[in-house]
Design a protein around this ligand. Structure first.
Ligand code: TXA
Ligand code: MG
Length: 327
């Protein structure tokens, strides 16, 4: 299959036609690019698992273009959903609800719950409005880093899909927060840019924090995810990043330090990929930096962040990329 990248400005109608025919389309969102299929069509959804090499027991998120559409996806929707929707939808939040009959078990991996999210990207919503709600995971080969540009998708899935809608670089840069509203206390299954503190303002009570996230009802969390193809570690401080760099360099490896610009002086003339300045920059840039690093270097050292909120969310992804190895 020939894979084409087309500007989202001109190719939405073509993409909608593909979705209506039961085919896959890659589309931009504010978090990462998604690999979408008609969420009501189990045959179309099966193609997603095949294209990605994704394990069948990992459920997909259903993307909607307006809040009303949730009624076609889920049942017994609690009032918390509507409160959250008012504040965070469209946005980088996925809410787990009780599944409706129209959603096939191919989407939910056989489960009785379904993830619902309204992306904050006008192209994505237009595509959905012109076709169907889209079941979509991140548009990467299973276990590889999520894509934040159309080019990242092309490199991973070339030949598996026919159309990538190019909507530019993703503005958030890591996957949505996944919040389970089917448990007694709303539970964060995957941290993201909508943080526990932000959710607490709306729902009063949230269960989160490493401990619960690791027990994870989000089946995807048990797989090593978001991993570059080259050896990767995270560094507790810039000093340990620099000494790790010098250590592996002496062994003949070709390392790179992935860090914020504030450390230029300490990193000096060692190979560096910039993550920008703020925690938001770091989050937006991290996957792109890892894509770049794995192409040109054979040992990747990532600066850790130690603050709360978004810093904790993005560290969740960095820890996975490094397989938990911290120096
Ligand atoms: O930002 C995002 O969420 C991106 C964009 C494309 O929307 N999508 C994404 O999808 O990251 P994916 O499939 O790569 O990750 C979805 C996560 C997985 O960890 C999955 O296990 C979890 O959400 N999930 C989906 N449906 C679920 C459900 N019904 N119950 C529990 N976890 C669920
Ligand atoms: Mg993914």
């Amino acid at each position: 299959m020939v894979t084409e990248i087309k500007n989202a400005n001109i190719a939405i109608d073509e993409a909608a036609a593909l979705i209506k025919r039961g085919e896959l389309v890659v589309f931009p969102t504010e978090t990462v690019y998604g690999l979408g299929a008609n969420a009501f069509d189990s045959k179309a959804v099966a193609k997603i698992f095949k294209a990605k090499g994704r394990p069948q027991d990992n459920p997909l998120i259903v993307h909607i273009s307006s809040i009303d559409e949730v009624n076609e996806i889920a049942v017994d929707i609690p009032s918390d959903f509507y409160k959250l929707a008012e504040k965070f939808m469209p946005g980088p939040l996925t809410v787990i609800l009780k599944k409706g009959d129209k959603i096939p078990y191919a989407v939910t991996a056989g489960g009785e719950t379904v993830g619902v999210r309204m992306p904050n990207n006008a192209y994505a919503r237009e595509l959905i409005a012109k076709s169907y709600p889209l079941a979509a995971p991140s548009a990467n080969r299973s276990k590889h880093i999520s894509p934040t540009t159309a080019q990242h998708v092309y490199e991973d899935l070339n030949g598996e899909i026919s159309l990538i809608l190019d909507g530019g670089a993703c503005s958030v840069g890591i996957e949505s927060t996944v919040l389970d509203l089917t448990s007694d206390v709303p539970t964060i299954l995957r941290p993201g840019a909508v943080t526990a503190e932000m959710l607490l303002d709306i729902v009063g009570k949230v269960s989160e924090n490493g401990k619960i996230i690791k027990v994870a009802k989000a089946p995807g969390m048990k797989y090593t995810h978001y991993a570059p193809i080259k050896e990767t570690v995270s560094a507790k401080s810039i000093d340990s990043a620099v000494s790790e760099y010098d250590r592996v360099r002496a062994e003949g490896k070709s390392p790179v330090i992935v860090a914020r610009d504030i450390y230029r002086d300490k990193v000096q003339d060692r190979a560096q990929i910039s993550l920008g300045v703020t925690a938001e920059d770091y989050t937006r840039n991290i996957y792109g930096a890892l894509h770049e690093a794995e192409k040109s270097y054979d040992y990747i050292i990532i600066e850790e962040l130690h603050g709360g909120g978004l810093e904790t969310s993005v560290m969740n992804r960095v820890t996975k990329a490094a397989g938990g190895k911290s120096v």
